[in-house]
Design a protein around this ligand. Sequence first.
Ligand SMILES: Nc1ncnc2c1ncn2[C@@H]1O[C@H](COP(=O)(O)OP(=O)(O)OP(=O)(O)O)[C@@H](O)[C@H]1O
Ligand SMILES: [Mg+2]
Length: 497
Amino acid sequence: MSTLLRIDSVVKTFPGLTALDKVSLSVDSGEILAVIGHNGSGKSTLVKILAGVYLKDAGQVTLSSSAEHGEEVTEMHFIHQDLALIPELTALENLYLAKGTLAPNDVAAERARARELIGRFGNVFNVDIPVKRLSPGQRAIVAIARALDGWEHPRNVIVLDEPTESLHKSEVDALFQAVRQLAADGAGVIFISHRLDEVLELADRVAVLRDGVKVADEPTASLDHGRLVELITGSSETERAVAERTVSAGAPMLAVTGLRGGGIEHLDLTLRAGEIVGIAGVLGSGREALPTLLFGATPSLADAFELVGRPYDHRFPEESIRRGMAYVPADRVRLGSVREFTARENMTLPELRSLRTRTGSINAAQEREEASRLIDEFQVRPPRREQRFGAFSGGNQQKIMFAKWLRNKPSVLLLEEPTQGVDIGAKAAIYEAVEAAAAAGAAVLVCSSDAKELLRLCQRVIVLRDGVQAEELSGESLTEHHLVLSGYGLKDMEGTA
Ligand SMILES: Nc1ncnc2c1ncn2[C@@H]1O[C@H](COP(=O)(O)OP(=O)(O)OP(=O)(O)O)[C@@H](O)[C@H]1O
Ligand SMILES: [Mg+2]
């Protein structure tokens, strides 16, 4: 067994903060190492140092180059948390750009290769449209395909920073199969995820970061879910009771019949005050298309569309917000935030009228006070109201997005992958906030690729397939087993899962 990558006492500081404090790690050929830790613990910073995005302050990173395997120098391939694709370029161009060219000799061969790589994860989509027009899940697949492409020899290191956040179980399975194959061929793998079941399933060894310090590095065989939680948080797991499933649903807040447009063929949907309804389905099922159609960000047709008891025919986002709709998109960087604005500015942006003074300017003191309260309520770390959105870790960006939309007490709350990238502590806080919004009379729609999340939050879950409702699960039939099989389009096969 030979070591492909060695990280020795790496230190990285940002103004006023030590993101990595003398972290050492190594990855052997054939090994899958998981790196886990709470939001802001330093995982992506480590990845960015390996990729050369950030310069380290101290320490060493060594890649093997052994004569024993010719003069091969180990390369590193990355799937970054924010994917790092070029949105204006097509999927295909992003792929061959990674190999160092914008003008490949044989475009047809490159296209065939791209389609083959993408096809491993389900349906092939158009690789010739700009990446910015793909769904978050499709973009994740492009980034994965790019990392799997261009291997000159098998003994490389592949680094995956939360690659599964917008993927359905079937796509995750395909990814894991590809990763296992790479490891079997001699690659070293670094896998970052908050989904502890995935970590236990995939990794040979687990390293845990807490506030920039490595606090554990152990074989997976000696670990279980409870122990991982203990290592991440520094205390033992506090089990939370699952939400009471029977709620008394109130008046319809959103009622639509015959909805169709971009990815949805035909859908009837009623969301009542106090309800939390889930939407499940694989990539391309319509799951990813639905929220923007309802929000009016993409055009749709409907036989009838009512919002809070009134017909709503000319749908567009400003009007939706005005009528009490809120939308937390899966793509928080592109659709949900202004990177260069501070946390405060992002949080108050959707609704500034209530902050207006008599002279028409913004009441800055009131705005600061509201922002501080939200930062506190949603446990944003570091609690820096005036920090640029882009400088927060992925999970903390998600908390800011939530604060921003719940601030206005929406009547209809559309959520897409609401806890993507969020650690277990903050996840509980977000679930409580969603439940509180529902209890206060909001109708909530949760579109999620995470079956556990839907089970935890929803009273009923609608499974979409090919743009129509395939099934609705509630009560006894709402189990993880059913949900996963139904998403795949499989009949129940009790005992075989
Ligand atoms: N460019 C930056 N400027 C200032 N601080 C930064 C910058 N990038 C990261 N940080 C800070 O460094 C710490 C580590 O962030 P990092 O993104 O590595 O966390 P993470 O473990 O990947 O978290 P998550 O699970 O939320 O993705 C955080 O406190 C974050 O706010
Ligand atoms: Mg991260």
